[in-house]
Write a protein that binds this ligand. Structure first.
Ligand SMILES: Cc1ncc(COP(=O)(O)O)c(C=O)c1O
Length: 459
């Protein structure tokens, strides 16, 4: 039985008032059950403080260049406003992309054990190595980079990939030109703006000056036409990509590494979703010969083990990667890590080590498998409604095409009529216009319910 068959059974066996078939019309307001099993948490919008007093400190002009809020707080703000308007709505959040399933016990028991050990003389530890504990660095090297020539000391353990993206930007400084996939995870562009690498936001094209936006769309198989890109210093490249879900092929990554070599650029390869890959797409950029001389890789336990709150990630900076004067990039990254960071939590690191045990790896695969089933449900739903749907096979995100429509309008319509939060594609760059990202992170009943609402809205 296919997942959608399951889905329709689950629809028809529900007694939810939402199912009332009689009056629903695809453009009308969906009536919602008042009782909720999963009311979303709302992030309070900070209140403006009304004061006449001003300091003499001028605002960092780069902060002033940023657009509105960071994408996800902006979505949370709109969701809060929606809940004020419809206090009884059962909102389902498939927007921000936060994990929902419990952390497997083989991992939490290691977290608990480490935490308890901190109450003992023998088990107590304070500051650790800024670069991470040796056994974890070694387990990361042997689990993810076996036979790829990455050594334990090339790996820097961190409190997450997003934090490392910003620390890398500090290493690069303000005098570099960045290239990003368009669309892409917004932290790359925003951290670039904050560092002063860009010019002003250009409203007409919805781009910051001095960033190369590498368009990735269905027409080019979500891989940019590198021949049209002018030389960047730093290339942020995420595969599988957030938001499109596209995983680059080996041939494409060979082209990317060659492009970086030809231009003397550095790739920052974000592999935060690599474990979602099925098939033989590379899981690490270091599978490509020569990549160690041109690429950094950053990754995370967030979407593998539900560590979005626990916080643990890592970044690989191979010794072979050198600046134009021959100075190793790893040495500067190490300097920044020692200055701006005091190492990942020792409790999180114990959890990370458990993740990489044979039982932990199996448990993570099961959680990932669960989210991938959610993805299939969402893909089948939009497919059956006649939409063009991308992603979903190697990533927990489904990228749905609404040709000719403004993606914030689609986001608003879906929220207004189904109380489901998605993410507007244009929030990831101008190349995301006309798309909406639907996240597969959710409890199964919420995914099924959201898909049922989508079916009612678009039937
Ligand atoms: C592509 C990508 N990189 C990095 C991150 C952040 O990961 P972390 O939780 O490790 O900071 C995310 C989170 O959504 C992501 O989508």
């Amino acid at each position: 039985m296919s997942i959608t068959q399951n889905l329709s059974i689950s629809f028809s066996s529900s007694s939810s008032p939402f199912l009332a078939p009689s009056t629903f019309n695809s453009r009308s307001q969906v009536s919602l059950p008042v009782k909720s099993v999963s009311i979303c948490k709302c992030v309070a919008t900070p209140q403006e403080v009304d004061t006449a007093y001003k300091t003499k400190v001028s605002r960092n002009e780069n902060m002033g260049k940023l657009q509105a809020g960071y994408l996800f707080p902006e979505i949370a703000r709109r969701r809060s406003a929606h809940l004020l308007k419809y206090p009884d709505a059962k909102i389902i959040s498939l927007g921000i992309g936060d994990t929902t399933e419990p952390i497997p016990e083989v991992i939490t028991s290691a977290l608990a054990k480490k935490s308890h050990a901190l109450s003992t003389i023998e088990g107590y530890s304070g500051y650790g190595a800024e670069q991470g504990e040796k056994p974890l660095r070694s387990a990361l090297a042997s689990t993810f980079y076996a036979d790829l020539g990455i050594e334990d000391d090339d790996i820097f353990v961190s409190d997450g990939a997003k934090c490392d993206i910003s620390r890398l930007q500090i290493v690069f400084g303000s005098n570099v030109k960045m290239a990003v996939q368009d669309p892409s995870y917004p932290a790359y562009v925003d951290s670039s703006v904050i560092m002063g690498q860009t010019g002003l936001y250009q409203k007409d094209v919805q781009k910051f000056a001095n960033i190369e936006y590498m368009r990735c769309n269905p027409e080019n198989g979500f891989f940019p036409d590198l021949s049209s890109i002018s030389r960047p210093d730093i290339i942020f490249f995420c595969s599988p990509n957030n938001p499109t879900g596209a995983a680059a092929t080996r041939e494409q990554l060979i082209q990317l590494v060659q492009f970086a070599k030809d231009n003397g650029s550095i790739i920052v390869y974000d592999s935060a979703y690599a474990m979602y890959i099925s098939g033989d797409n590379p899981r690490s950029i270091y599978e490509i010969p020569g990549a160690k001389e041109v690429a950094i890789e950053t990754s995370s336990f967030s979407k593998y083990a539900g560590f979005t709150g626990v916080r643990l990630g890592w970044t690989v900076v191979p010794k072979q990667l050198l600046f134009s004067d021959g100075f190793p990039v790893a040495k500067d990254f190490n300097r920044i890590v020692c200055t701006c960071f005091n190492g990942a939590s020792n409790i999180s690191q114990a959890g990370g080590l458990a993740c990489l045990s044979p039982e932990g790896l199996k448990a993570m695969q099961e959680v990932i498998g669960f989210y991938k089933e959610n993805t299939s449900i969402i893909v089948e739903t939009f497919d059956s409604l006649g939409f063009k749907v991308y992603g979903g096979k190697c990533a927990p995100y489904v990228w749905v095409h609404f040709p000719g429509q403004n993606s914030w309008d689609v986001f608003s319509e879906i929220l207004e009529k189904t109380h489901v939060v998605t993410t507007p594609g244009s929030g990831f760059g101008p190349g995301g216009e006309g798309f909406v990202r639907v996240s597969a992170f959710g409890h199964r009943e919420n995914i099924l319910e959201a898909c049922r609402r989508f079916k009612q809205l678009y039937k």
